[in-house]
Design a protein around this ligand. Structure first.
Ligand code: ATP
Length: 356
């Protein structure tokens, strides 16, 4: 296993002039030995580009890649000793499940007894022990992708295992099981795993550290808890959560912030000027009329979704969502509700960055 450091940028264009010419804007970050990471972001944000640079399929247009301090920028995937799992199964149909799992080990001339033991261990982890002697050709797409995952995980001497949206073809129910399984496997095998996905649930259940990306920038690297509680960038607030963070434009001055025409006292000193007030639906509580830090809003919708109720309200044309307990009595559509916009969980953003 290896500590992977990136200090680079990448453009697919020969003469990049502006930010939008870069698939990856200049970044400097490290993936620690034995960590479980997810690269999370919408389509086109640069996840696969970053993964391919780590694996050696792509040479960055500027900067370098280090594995345990060694410069591998121009080294091939084989030289870097990387295992990769792609969206679609990469297996041999004519081989049995056991032969497929053993393949990366036989290639490396691992002794047969060790191969048997490791293949047995991986098959058990992936709940495939009963299928070891079956030919891959007759198996379902799900089972074939499980073999691909197993082949990625079977070698214990790899620098890292890179996964590019590996559960895309998997049936939704099995997907849920496999996400948890991969996390468990990570704890047992202690491999460095880096997992690309655009699905936040997948990233948050799998990874200890999530790299959130947008438009070629890694805007935050943090635990799932960090991303929820302290989004460092407004994009993270918006992208993580279901629904994401509520944002209201405001103007800070003299210890107050003017939001939706109301002057609210700030909980701490903030620089004067335009900012955005961010509060997650989970923390947007109903408040008594006129409560300090709250705003009068008009209820436009109340949805009962079983585990909770989602209240939608508007203030000065801005929409706010509040997640409320299932048994809570909520005002009817058209009524006024006071929502606690400022509180201990409220975040403030200037130029999209979280104010400390
Ligand atoms: N081979 C290529 N040549 C030119 N541009 C490319 C190439 N591969 C990717 N890009 C561009 O680089 C940007 C980042 O793409 P990348 O595939 O890394 O994003 P992604 O986050 O993995 O997206 P997806 O989830 O859709 O795969 C996009 O604007 C994409 O169009």
């Amino acid at each position: 296993m290896a500590r992977i450091e990136l200090d680079l940028a990448h453009s697919y264009k020969p003469n990049p002039q502006q930010d939008s010419d870069y698939a990856l804007l200049p970044l400097s970050m490290a993936f620690e030995d034995g960590g479980a990471y997810a690269l999370l972001g919408p389509s086109g944000c640069g996840k696969t580009t970053m993964l391919n640079i780590m694996s050696g399929l792509l040479v960055p247009s500027q900067g370098r890649v280090l594995f345990d301090g060694r410069d591998v920028t121009r080294a091939s995937p084989q030289e870097r000793n990387i295992a990769q799992v792609f969206q679609f199964p990469v297996i041999y149909d004519t081989m049995t499940v056991a032969e497929n799992l053993a393949f990366p080990l036989r290639n490396r001339k691992v002794p047969e007894a060790q191969i048997r033991e490791r293949v047995g261990q991986i098959a058990e982890m992936l709940e495939m022990s009963g299928q070891l002697n079956q030919r891959a050709a007759g198996l379902s797409a799900d089972a074939k992708q499980k073999i691909s995952l197993g082949r990625g995980l079977v070698r214990s001497d790899v620098a890292a295992v890179l996964f590019d949206e590996p559960l895309t073809v998997i049936d939704p129910h099995l997907k849920w099981q496999l996400r948890r399984k991969l996390k468990q496997i990570h704890h047992e095998l202690k491999l460095t795993l880096i997992y690309v996905t655009h699905d936040q649930i997948e990233a948050l259940t799998f990874a200890d550290q999530v790299v959130v990306m947008t438009r070629g920038r890694a805007v935050q690297v943090g635990t799932p808890g960090d991303l929820f509680e302290r989004p460092q960038h407004a994009f993270v607030g918006h992208f993580i959560g279901s629904p994401g963070m509520n944002f209201l434009p405001g103007q800070a001055q003299d210890g107050h912030v003017v939001v939706a025409g109301h002057r609210l006292p700030l909980p701490r000193a903030l620089p004067s000027g335009a900012l955005r007030v961010g509060v997650r639906p989970e923390y947007l509580a109903l408040a008594p009329q006129g409560e300090r830090g709250s705003l009068p809003c008009e209820v436009v919708r109340v949805q009962d979704v079983g585990t909770h109720q989602m209240l939608t309200a508007t203030v000065d044309g801005q929409v706010l969502k509040a997640r409320c307990a299932p048994e809570q009595r909520l005002p009817a559509v058209g009524e006024t509700v006071w929502l606690q916009v400022l509180g201990e969980h409220t975040c403030f953003y200037q130029n999209e960055e979280l104010l400390p």
